[in-house]
Design a protein around this ligand. Structure first.
Ligand code: HSE
Length: 435
């Protein structure tokens, strides 16, 4: 381990001075002495790069070199570490990181999209160059889940990791549950309040969760990052009717990212889940994130906290900087990048579990017999059914809980059921998760 010296500051160049970048500068200023105590040397921001030099960020840039071009900064700044807060899986952010690594500078990034798409390759380059690629801030904001997996749980093989990894989705689902509003109304309100992006696709369609999950799976299983192997389904189709039935049946609906080892490889999936009310994850509310890791000796470890925002994300970046300042170096994804395994994606069609199914059907004799026949044809067994409303000739919801069934059989049964004349909307299916 390199020993740090008090009179040898760790010099930082920060690219991207949005919410998180400005938050990092504030943290570095406010906690300069704490960071120095914990690192054994000062941490100094020596250079910055952003779109607009004159924007008021509520933080002084005095004494920092300004670069209009972040890639030039990565090449030329007087810095030991560059911090990438630009975002995006390719383009400038990628060039910036590659340039820094090529110039033997450590890289700290909050960019989950970049890591999900190019994490293994960047780790190979970093390790070959003998520098660190650190990304605590990329997954679940202020929750130190990366360090926890890489170090705190190093003595445990992890077979499953799952969590609520997107605050926007959790905020929307929580508000639907609490205030009985439909998805679109909550989303509009969240956008007005600034909780949701003007373009919410990455969040509500599950892509942001999938990026984070692919990184977690790599850390947990010592596997190459495989974003393309993630099954992704967002929350747009979750209706208030489903939220109400979930409550009645003793569940909450949460968007979970789940990665687990199976006999066939790694199953990675992002989709709304019914989670039992007695599971801790059911009570993670609002913009909070939570990550649960199952270790064999540690048992189940639950991490919960703020998954986004200036403070939590800056805190995670600072933790990486302190590690680098101390000369504390670990393989990027828990094991050396060249030893990461290429594990095949385990097909979701082979997953077995219970399901919540909601149909909108015309209330008339014989409809249920047709539904039951379709289930029977595919060897799908029902645990319970609810049809409460009585409205002859009108549409009514019918909800079924299905016993453990393989996903491909469930899908085939739903295709048949969806084709029945009395079923007036595509069937809604939400997987039930048991922990
Ligand atoms: N937009 C994300 C969220 C935070 O809502 O949790 C950044 O990944």
């Amino acid at each position: 381990m390199k020993t740090a010296s008090k009179d040898q500051p760790l010099k930082i160049a920060v690219a991207g001075l949005g919410t998180v970048g400005a938050g990092l500068l504030r943290l570095a200023e406010k906690h300069a002495s704490l960071l120095e105590d914990r690192s054994g040397r000062p941490i100094l921001v020596t250079a910055v790069s952003a779109r607009d030099r004159n924007k008021n960020r509520g933080v002084s840039l005095d004494g920092m070199a300004w670069f209009d071009d972040p890639v030039a900064m990565a090449a030329r700044a007087d810095a030991d570490v560059v911090v990438e807060l630009i975002g995006g899986s390719d383009g400038i952010a990628r060039q910036f990181c590659e340039t820094a690594l090529g110039n033997a500078k450590h890289v700290v990034t909050a960019n989950k999209a970049l890591l999900a798409h190019h994490g293994t390759e960047l780790a190979l380059v970093a390790e070959e160059a003998g520098v660190t690629l650190a990304f605590e801030a990329a997954v679940a904001g202020g929750i130190p889940i990366i360090k926890s997996l890489r170090e705190g749980l190093a003595g445990n093989p992890i077979r499953r990791i799952y969590g609520i990894l997107n605050g926007t989705c959790n905020y929307i689902l929580t508000a639907m549950h609490k205030y009985s509003h439909e998805f679109n109304d909550v989303l509009k309100e969240a956008q007005k309040q600034g909780y949701a992006e003007a373009d919410p696709g990455f969040d509500v369609d599950g892509i942001d969760t999938a990026h984070k999950l692919a990184i977690l799976a790599s850390m947990a299983f010592g596997a190459r990052v495989n974003f393309d192997g993630v099954y992704v389904e967002g929350i747009r189709h979750v209706s208030l009717t489903d939220i109400r039935f979930a409550r009645e049946l003793g569940y909450r609906i949460k968007l979970l990212g789940t990665a687990l080892l199976t006999n066939e490889g790694v199953e990675q999936r992002v989709h709304p889940c019914m989670v039992p009310l007695d599971s801790p994850i059911a009570h993670v509310e609002g913009v909070f994130n939570a990550v649960v890791a199952d270790g064999d000796f540690s048992g189940t470890i639950i991490h919960e906290g703020c998954g986004a925002g200036a403070g939590p994300t800056a805190s995670a970046v600072a933790a990486d900087l302190v590690d680098i300042a101390r000369g504390h170096s670990t393989p990027t994804f828990s094991i050396p990048a060249k030893e990461l395994k290429s594990l095949p994606a385990s097909p979701l069609e082979h997953r077995t579990g219970p399901y919540y199914i909601r149909l909108m059907v015309v209330d008339r004799p014989g409809v249920f017999a047709d539904v039951a026949a379709a289930l029977g044809r595919h060897d799908v067994s029902m645990e319970s059914v609810i049809q409460r409303a009585r409205a002859p000739g009108e549409q009514v919801p019918v909800v079924m809980i299905i016993h453990d069934t393989r996903e491909d059989r469930m899908a085939a049964a739903l295709a048949d059921i969806g084709g029945l004349e009395a079923v007036v909307e595509p069937p809604r299916m939400i997987r039930i998760e048991s922990f």
